[in-house]
Ligand binder design. Structure first.
Ligand SMILES: [Zn+2]
Length: 268
C-alpha cells in the first residue's frame, strides 16, 4: 500500500513538472518554467520598482535614456522574442554593472556607461542581457527555486502567487547565472549584435574593458565566470565559425554617437 502511494506521488510530481514545462524560444527545447510571459512581465515590473528605489534611481536625462533605449530596441527587434516589450534604462550607480530582469527590463549603471566608448560596445552589453531574457534564464532559475522551496506545492498559476514567488527569490544576487548560461548569453548576444548591424568587435572590446576592472565589485558580467580570458576566446571563435569576420570592418561602431549622447552627458 505504501509503495502504491509512493508511485502515485511520484507520478503526480512528474505530471506537475510536465505541466510546468515550456518550449524555450531560443533553443526550442522543453524545460521546466512555470512562469508565463505575462507573469515574467509582472515579476520584472515589481523588481524594476525595487531596483530604482534601492539600487539607483533612473537618470533624469531623457536624451540619454532615449538614446539607450533606441540602441536596445535595435537588439530587441532582431531577438527571438521581438514583441516582448523590452525596456533599456540607465540607473545612477557607480558600480560597473548591467543586468536583466524577467520580462525584459534591462538596466545599465552609470558606472558601466562611463567605461564604454562606442555604441557597438553598449549594444554588446544589451545583446548579452537581452539573450538572458529570451533564453529565459531567470524564469527557469526561479522555477527551480520554487520547486525546491515549495516542494511543488504550488505551480504559481495565479497572479496572487506572483508576490509570493518574488518573495522567495527576492534577492537579486540569488538570481545569478551559471557559467553555461553566461556562455549561452555571450553566443546569442553576439548573434543579436551582428544581426542588428554592429561590428562583432563590440562584444570583444566590452569583455576586455570589463576584464580590466579591479575585482571585488559585483557585476553581472564577470561575477559568475572565473576565466574571462577563455570567454574572449570563445567569442572570437564564434565570430570566426559563424562567418562574422566580414562584419568587423563593415559593422556599425558609433563612437561619435556614443560620445555625444552618453559620455559628454555624463560629464566625460
Ligand atoms: Zn550574463
Amino acid at each position: 500500500m505504501k509503495r502504491k502511494w509512493g508511485t502515485l506521488v511520484a507520478f503526480c510530481v512528474l505530471g506537475l513538472i510536465a505541466a510546468g514545462c515550456q518550449t524555450n524560444p531560443v533553443t526550442g527545447e522543453r524545460e521546466f518554467n512555470v512562469f508565463s510571459v505575462e507573469q515574467q512581465e509582472q515579476i520584472g515590473a515589481e523588481y524594476a520598482k525595487e531596483v530604482e528605489k534601492e539600487l539607483g534611481e533612473s537618470i533624469k536625462d531623457s536624451r540619454l535614456q532615449n538614446y539607450l533605449d533606441s540602441v536596445g530596441q535595435k537588439i530587441a527587434a532582431v531577438s527571438h522574442t521581438p514583441s516582448e516589450g523590452f525596456v533599456y534604462k540607465a540607473i545612477k550607480d557607480e558600480s560597473v554593472n548591467a543586468f536583466a530582469l524577467p520580462g525584459g527590463y534591462i538596466y545599465v549603471t552609470t558606472g558601466m556607461l562611463a567605461q564604454l566608448k562606442t555604441e557597438a560596445q553598449l549594444a554588446a552589453i544589451f545583446g548579452h542581457e537581452t539573450a538572458h531574457v529570451t533564453l529565459r534564464h531567470s524564469a527557469v532559475g526561479m522555477s527551480r527555486e520554487l520547486l525546491i522551496s515549495t516542494g511543488l506545492s504550488i505551480l504559481v498559476p495565479e497572479s496572487q502567487s506572483i508576490s509570493y514567488a518574488v518573495g522567495i527569490v527576492r534577492d537579486l544576487e540569488g538570481m545569478s547565472y551559471s557559467r553555461g548560461h553566461e556562455r549561452q548569453a555571450d553566443e546569442i548576444g553576439l548573434d543579436y549584435l551582428v544581426k542588428a548591424g554592429y561590428t562583432p568587435d563590440g562584444m570583444v572590446e566590452t569583455m576586455e574593458i570589463l576584464n580590466s576592472q579591479p575585482g571585488g565589485r559585483i557585476f553581472e558580467f564577470l561575477s559568475t565566470h572565473p576565466n574571462p580570458e577563455n570567454r574572449i576566446e570563445d567569442i572570437q571563435e564564434r565570430i570566426y565559425n559563424k562567418g562574422y569576420t566580414k562584419y568587423k570592418s563593415s559593422g556599425r561602431v558609433g563612437q561619435g554617437e556614443y560620445q555625444s549622447n552618453v559620455s559628454s552627458r555624463l560629464g566625460q
